[in-house]
Write a protein that binds this ligand. Structure first.
Ligand code: ATR
Length: 273
């Protein structure tokens, strides 16, 4: 049996063990997956222990360790390099580690495949410029949207982010005040939802047939999902699908096989309701 884990702090509410156990069952992989809480100041030590003592084959990393993981792991994908964060580590048999970030692929899979929302030639607004936002910019630009605007409470952070990704597509950054156009797809990557807040957005933000996506996931509508429904969004989608899709990409990196995701998404929805 190969062992895997998700590490974070706190970690008790993580759905990753459920998701990966279901993937393993479905694909008949001989593996086990648990959740491990790591002390806030103990990431580096824990990483070595997980590899050398628990002999894990791979881990997922969640809040607040994704940026630290990025700093620790030299050998990482180009995508992870740009994302500035790592959410998946592969422990090779020779003890070396490989870092990847599957968050952005997970988001784009959920949008384009599960919800049939096209990104190509679309006007896309990304709210937030922290780690969560940065992780999804490159995968979004890979779909060649007409333009991506990154809006953040601290405008300079959004401008910086736009600069980092400028060579990959039409991307600009600014403050919420700088949002003047209408958008086809609006993605919330701010932590505002956690506090039940929505960034200050213009009332006429959404184009016809617009889609709003909250990377946050909660059993009830998040503040941003409520905002979207009240402002005429054709679709208002929360981050459950992204959670399952990023897990599926991590699973594929580890096991070389891509699990089906739809029934896992449904299973969690039904568990929660
Ligand atoms: P994460 O890894 O979740 O992105 P982060 O790096 O701390 O966490 O970034 C949090 C993001 O949410 C930032 O874009 C932050 O805006 P600032 O850069 O201006 O701080 C945004 N954010 C947090 N609380 C917010 C609120 N109440 N309203 C609007 N934006 C908020």
């Amino acid at each position: 049996t190969d062992n895997y884990a998700v590490i974070g702090n706190p970690i008790s509410h993580s759905k990753s063990p459920l998701i990966h156990s279901e993937f393993a069952r479905q694909t008949e992989q001989d593996m086990a997956y648990t959740a491990i809480e790591v002390p806030l100041d103990g990431f580096t030590n824990s990483l070595k222990q997980l590899r050398d003592v628990l002999k894990l084959r791979g881990i997922n990393i969640t809040v607040p360790f994704k940026e630290q993981a990025w700093q620790q792991i030299e050998n990482k994908s180009e995508r992870a390099m740009r994302a500035g964060a790592i959410n998946t580590i592969l422990f090779n048999r020779d003890g070396s580690m490989y870092g990847e970030n599957t968050d952005g692929i997970g988001l784009c899979q959920d949008l384009t495949v599960n919800h049939a929302v096209s990104l190509k030639d679309k006007r896309i607004l990304l709210l937030g410029a922290g780690g969560a936002a940065r992780g999804v910019v490159e995968p979004i630009l890979a779909y060649q949207p007409e333009a991506l605007f990154i809006a953040n409470r601290t405008a300079s952070k959004a401008e910086q982010l736009a600069t980092i990704f400028a060579e990959l597509g039409t991307v600009r950054g600014g403050g919420f005040d700088d949002i003047t156009a209408q958008f086809d797809v609006v993605i919330n990557a701010t932590a505002a939802s956690l506090q039940g807040d929505v960034p200050p957005l213009p009332d006429n933000l959404l184009a016809d047939n617009a889609c709003c996506y909250d990377m946050m996931y909660s059993d009830n509508d998040t503040a941003f999902i409520t905002w979207a429904k009240n402002h005429g969004a054709a679709k208002a989608i929360d981050g459950l699908g992204m959670l399952v899709e990023q897990a599926a990409e991590a699973f594929r990196l580890w096991r070389g096989i891509k699990p089906a995701t739809n029934h896992v998404i449904d299973m969690i929805k039904n568990n929660d309701s």
